[in-house]
Design a protein around this ligand. Sequence first.
Ligand SMILES: C[S@@+](CC[C@H](N)C(=O)[O-])C[C@H]1O[C@@H](n2cnc3c(N)ncnc32)[C@H](O)[C@@H]1O
Ligand SMILES: [Zn+2]
Length: 275
Amino acid sequence: MKKIERAAHLIGKHRSLFQCPICKEAVTIKDTSVICTSNHQFDLAKKGYVNFFSKASPKDYDKQLFEARYQVIQSGMYDLLHQKIVNILTSGADKSTNMLDVGCGEGSHLQQIQQRSDRDLVAVGIDIAKDGILTAAKYHPDMIWAVADLAQSPFQGGKFDIILNILSPANYQEFKRLLADNGMLIKVIPRADYLKEIREQVMQQDSQHYSNTEVINNCRKQFDHIQVETIQYTWEVPSDLHTALWNMTPLTWGKKMKKSYQSITIDFDIIIAKA
Ligand SMILES: C[S@@+](CC[C@H](N)C(=O)[O-])C[C@H]1O[C@@H](n2cnc3c(N)ncnc32)[C@H](O)[C@@H]1O
Ligand SMILES: [Zn+2]
């Protein structure tokens, strides 16, 4: 089966998750398009994803960044984070679970979490960057990928058991609308020492003034139950990944690498929120 047909089949099978982002009506699959009852039509791409975003994607996150993220994530830089998220899922949600990654980039976090989990996960990733979704569909063909804006998401309310939001912008009201009863938001945000080796090279380190309190408090305003877990470790950087590591983060945009790193620091807060 061609990639576009596989994507059409997968979206068709799970069409009850979706709604038209323009008029909010139900959608079906017609040939290789998603179409709503008011005839708004969203075409699937040959590469195996659907585009719900009518404007041009922002150009800041590009193919080079997503390819670099793919290499680094697949090489294990975030394995401990993925395992921690799988453990959170195991303690929380039901066996059969719809999981949405909002701001999924090139999709490796979602793919790694799905692969590590013993759940029967239906995995859906959206990102406003077309290059991210293109890269996701290229490497992970059996998951649902869509170019979409989280402010105008193409999903019915109450359908997702898990929302992942990893190093990406949030819209808590929209997340609450999308989550099923007992659903859970897992939001990963950087702490002061995340990629500190790179930060030290590209900017004045100001970790004393770095705090996630405001982000956590904003989330608390929308969700009744909030728990925050911290994960910190260093990862040995394989020698063939130094350039990819440099290119995978917006921190280095427009800057030249002066030295490479043998190891790199991961330092995250994980917000686990329930309504
Ligand atoms: C730092 S990247 C993180 C990507 C991915 N979660 C990862 O960790 O590799 C932030 C992502 O948020 C996406 N993003 C920004 N605004 C968005 C929006 N309004 N709707 C959906 N995605 C958005 C960007 O395109 C980008 O891919
Ligand atoms: Zn419509």
